[in-house]
Design a protein around this ligand. Structure first.
Ligand code: GDP
Ligand code: MG
Length: 499
C-alpha cells in the first residue's frame, strides 16, 4: 500500500470512532483491526503493529475512569503511537562548527548512497558549512565519475582516484586531505554490494576504523518493503549506525516497512529522499511526517522551510511592513523568490492544514510555477522606484517593462492586478494586527470576533479551504508558539504575544 493510501486508511480507522458518542470495547476493536490491516499492508513489521495496538488498548483501559472526551483521547493516542513508531530513543549526531565532522555513508548497492551523499552535502553547504566529498567506492565501475558529476553540479569539492583500488586507503587519504584544508563536514561515500555479504561488511569495518567517523549513516531503499527490518538489523550488527536516511519515498512509494525499520537500527531517521533531483530531500521529523500523512498539515515544517529560504532580515522587514499594512511590488518579488526556493509547490501545499486534501489538479503546480517565473522576469525589468511604489506605473512604463522583459502588455497588467489583490489583503491584515490590543493576543481574547473579521478579509471560500475556523485557530496557535514568529505577532513595540 502506498503512503498516501495508508494515510487515508488510518484516517478511515480513526473516523470509525465518530460513529457514536461513546467509545466502547467493540468500537475500539473495530478501529484497531482496520488500523492493523492498513499498517501490515504497508509492510510495517508485525511485531510493531502488535505493540502499537496493545499500547492503545492499555490507554483505553486506563482512561475508563477519567472524565472528558474519550474518543478524542484515543484518537490522540493513535497519532502519538504512530509518531513513537518512527521515533528513535537515540538522538541524531549534531554537527560541530569549526572542527572536521566525518560522516560515513553505508548501504547496499543501488540504495541511493552516492545520490544521497550529494543531497546531504548540498543541504549543509547551502547552510554555509564547508563540505567535501570523498569517493571510497572502488568496487563499482564508474563510481568516481558519478560522484564527480554530482559534486560538480552542486559545486561541492570532491576527492577520489581512478587508479587506487584500495577503498580504505582512499578514504583515509581523502579525509586527511579535507582535514588539512579545514573542511567542517567530510562525507565518505562507500561501495555497496547487491546483497549483504561478508566482503561488504569487512570493507565497511575497515573504512570505519581508518576514518573514525563521527556519524555513520545507513541509507535504505524504501522499495524493499518487509525486507527492511532484517537488512537494518544486519547493518546494525556490523557497524555502529548513528542515523538513517530512507530513499525513494517519492509520491507513490510504499514506505511503511522502511520507516518503521528504525526500530531495528535503534537510530533516528534524519532525512528522506523523495526523488532523483538534489533538492528532493527533506529533513525528517516523526511528528511532522505523521501529521502530513494524516492531512493535518505541518505548520512547524512549513515555518522551518520558510526560515531556511528567507533571510532573517527579509522576514523581519516583511513582518514590519505587514503590521503597517504596507506591501510593495518588491515585497511581492521577495515572496515569489522565496516560494520558488522552497521547492515544488505541491509539497509546500501539503504542509498547510487542509490543503493536502484539496489535491492540486494535475499540472496546476507546473502552471503556477511557470507563472511565477514569468512574473519574476517582468519584475526584474522594473526600476527601484517602481518596485518600491515611489513611481506610479503608467501606460508608458507598462510598455517599457513589457519590452524589457519580453512579455506581453497583458501579462504585465495581469501581474499588476495580482499585486493589487495582494496589497488589499495585506492592507486589511495590517489593520487587524494593529487593531485593539495592539497584537494578535486579541485573537485569544475574542476568537469568534477575530475569526469573523478574518473571514471577511480573505477571498471567498478560502477559510473553508484552510479547514474552517477550528483548523485555522489551531494553526494560529501553532504559529504563536514558534520562536521567531513573535516579530509578526507583535503589533506594538516591545509587547510579547501570550503563550
Ligand atoms: P548507490 O549505489 O547506493 O550509490 O546508489 P545511487 O546513488 O547510485 O542511486 C541508485 C539509483 O537510485 C539512481 O538511479 C538514483 O537516481 C536513484 N535514487 C536515489 N535516491 C532516490 C530517491 O530518493 N528517489 C528516486 N526516485 N530515485 C532515487
Ligand atoms: Mg554509489
Amino acid at each position: 500500500m502506498v503512503l498516501q493510501e495508508l494515510g487515508q486508511k488510518i484516517k478511515d480507522a480513526l473516523n470509525k470512532l465518530n460513529k457514536s458518542d461513546n467509545i466502547d470495547q467493540k468500537l475500539l476493536k473495530e478501529m484497531l483491526t482496520t488500523l492493523s490491516i492498513a499498517l501490515i499492508k504497508s509492510d510495517v513489521n508485525l511485531h510493531l503493529v502488535k505493540k502499537l495496538t496493545s499500547n492503545i488498548q492499555s490507554k483505553f483501559d486506563e482512561i475508563q475512569e477519567e472524565t472528558g472526551n474519550k474518543k478524542l483521547m484515543i484518537q490522540k493516542a493513535v497519532v502519538k503511537e504512530l509518531q513513537n513508531m518512527l521515533t528513535s530513543k537515540k538522538k541524531a549526531y549534531v554537527m560541530v562548527r569549526g572542527k572536521p565532522n566525518v560522516v560515513m555513508f553505508v548501504g547496499l548497492q543501488g540504495s541511493g548512497k552516492t545520490t544521497t551523499c550529494t543531497k546531504y552535502a548540498n543541504f549543509y553547504q547551502k547552510k554555509g558549512w564547508k563540505v567535501g566529498l570523498v569517493c571510497a567506492d572502488t568496487f563499482r565501475a564508474g563510481a568516481f565519475d558519478q560522484l564527480k558529476q554530482n559534486a560538480t553540479k552542486c559545486r561541492i569539492p570532491f576527492y577520489g582516484s581512478y587508479t587506487e583500488m584500495d577503498p580504505v586507503k582512499i578514504a583515509e587519504e581523502g579525509v586527511s586531505y579535507f582535514k588539512k584544508l579545514k573542511y567542517e563536514i567530510i562525507i565518505v561515500d562507500t561501495s555497496g554490494r547487491h546483497k549483504q555479504e561478508d566482503a561488504l561488511f569487512e570493507e565497511m569495518k575497515q573504512v570505519s576504523a581508518a576514518t573514525s567517523p563521527d556519524d555513520i549513516i545507513f541509507v535504505m531503499d524504501s522499495h524493499i518493503g518487509q525486507a527492511c527490518h532484517a537488512q537494518a538489523e544486519a547493518f546494525k550488527k556490523t557497524v555502529d549506525i548513528g542515523s538513517v536516511i530512507i530513499t525513494k519515498l517519492d509520491g507513490h512509494a510504499k514506505g511503511g516497512g522502511a520507516l518503521s525499520a528504525v526500530a531495528a537500527t535503534e537510530s533516528p531517521i534524519i532525512f528522506i529522499g523523495t526523488g532523483e533531483h538534489f533538492e528532493d530531500f527533506e529533513q525528517f521529523n516523526p511528528e511532522s511526517f505523521i501529521k502530513r500523512l494524516l492531512g493535518m498539515g505541518d505548520i512547524k515544517g512549513l515555518f522551518e522551510k520558510v526560515q531556511e529560504v528567507v533571510s532573517k532580515e527579509n522576514q523581519e522587514k516583511l513582518a514590519k511592513n505587514i503590521s503597517k499594512g504596507i506591501f510593495s511590488l518588491r515585497d511581492m518579488r521577495d515572496q515569489y523568490t522565496s516560494v520558488m526556493k522552497m521547492g515544488p509547490l505541491d509539497k509546500v501545499m501539503n504542509m498547510i492544514p487542509g490543503m493536502s486534501n484539496m489535491m492540486l489538479p494535475e499540472g496546476s503546480e507546473k502552471e503556477a510555477s511557470k507563472k511565477m517565473k514569468r512574473f519574476l522576469c517582468i519584475m526584474d525589468s522594473m526600476t527601484d522606484g517602481e518596485l518600491d511604489g515611489k513611481q506610479k506605473i503608467d501606460e508608458g512604463r507598462i510598455k517599457r517593462i513589457a519590452r524589457g522583459s519580453g512579455a506581453l502588455i497583458v501579462e504585465v497588467n495581469l501581474l499588476l492586478d495580482e499585486y493589487k489583490r495582494f496589497q488589499k489583503i495585506v492592507g486589511k491584515m495590517g489593520s487587524l494586527v494593529k487593531g485593539k490590543g495592539g497584537d494578535l493576543t486579541q485573537m485569544q481574547r475574542n476568537p469568534n470576533q477575530f475569526m469573523s473579521k478574518l473571514n471577511g478579509m480573505l477571498p471567498q471560500g478560502m477559510l473553508e479551504q484552510l479547514g474552517g475556523t477550528g483548523n485555522l485557530m489551531n494553526m494560529m496557535k501553532e504559529f504563536q508558539s514558534l520562536e521567531g514568529m513573535s516579530g509578526l505577532m507583535k503589533g506594538g513595540k516591545g509587547r510579547k504575544g501570550k503563550k
